[in-house]
Ligand binder design. Sequence first.
Ligand SMILES: [Zn+2]
Length: 348
Amino acid sequence: MMTRVTGIVAAAILISIASPSAQEPGGRGRGAGGRGNQPEFPTELQWSTNEETKRRVANAMKIGGSDMQAQAKMFCTATGPQRMALARQAAGLPPMPNVVVEPTRVFDNMYWIGMTSQNVWAITTSDGIIMLDTMNSEAEAREVIVPGLKKVGLDPAQIKYIIVGHGHPGQSDHTGGALYLQKTYGAKVIMNPIDAKLVLPTQRADRPLAVPDIDASHGQKLTLGDTTLTLVHIPGHTPGTMGVIVPVKVRGESKAVIVLAATQMPTRESLIQFEKVFNDFAKPAKVEASLNMHANGVQSDLEFLEQIRKNPNGPNPYLYGPAKFSRWMDIMIECGRGRLAALGIATS
Ligand SMILES: [Zn+2]
C-alpha cells in the first residue's frame, strides 16, 4: 500500500491515502476479531435497556465528577472508544488522509513518531533506545520511523529493543516494521508468544514479520541502562496484547505513564485482568497518563502533540496527575462492566 512520497502538506508528508489498517480486526464490531460467534459489543438496544448497565454508566459519570464527563461519555458506549478511522467510518465521514506527523518529544525521554493512522514511541535510556511498536511495513520503518528518529536527533542504530504490543493474524499494523529494524540495527524484538504464534503463520508475503527474540510476559521488567520498563498483559483486543509502564521525565521530574496498545475488555477474564493491571501495577506506580499507537483513539493525540510542539515548556496535556488518572482507569473499568452486563455476562 506504500506509495511514493507525493508532496508536502504543511508539516506533514502525504505518503498514502488508503490505509488497509483502518479495517483493523477487533475494532470493527461484532465477531470481527475472530472470536467465533461471541459478540464483542452489545447492541445499542442491549446497551440502553440493561438495568445494571444503566447503574454502571451512572456510576462512571459520578466518578468522572466535574472534570471528566467527556471521558466517561467516550468510554461508556456500546463499543467503547474507537480508533479515529473506525469512528469516522461509523459516523459516515470520509477517511482521514494518512500522513506523517511531525515527530514530537512528548517527555524528556520519550518521543512520538509516526503517521495519523499509527505510530511508535521511542524511549531513550543511558544505553540506547527502546522502541514500542513498529508501524505497518518495512517501507514505513525505513521512510517514517528512521527519518523521524533522525529528525529529533536520535540514532536508529541505537535501537536495542523493540516491544511489539500486539499483532493481528494476516495484518501488520503494529508488527510490520520490526523485521527491518531487527535486521538493520540488530534490535531485539520482544512480543507475547500468544500473539506471535497467531500472526507468524499468517504473515503476508509482502510484509514479512520478525521472529521475536524474547518472549514478553506479564510483570516482566525490561532494563536498558538507567531505565526499567514493566510489561503487563492486557488481553481483550488480541489474546496477547501487552501494555508497558514507562518511567518518564518531565523537565527532570520523574513521572510514570502506561502505554495501552488497546483498551478493549470484551470478556469477564479480560476485564478482571485490566483491573489487576490498573490496581496492582499502574496505581502503585503512580501512573498519570495513557499513551497509545493509534492517534486520537482514546484522546486528542494530534492536538496534544501540536500543543507540545508549540509550547514544549507548557503544561503537558497527557499528564492527568495520579489521582485523576486513577479515576480515569476506574471509569474505563466501570464502562467495561456496563458492556459485559449488557451482554448478560456477570461482572462480579
Ligand atoms: Zn490492534
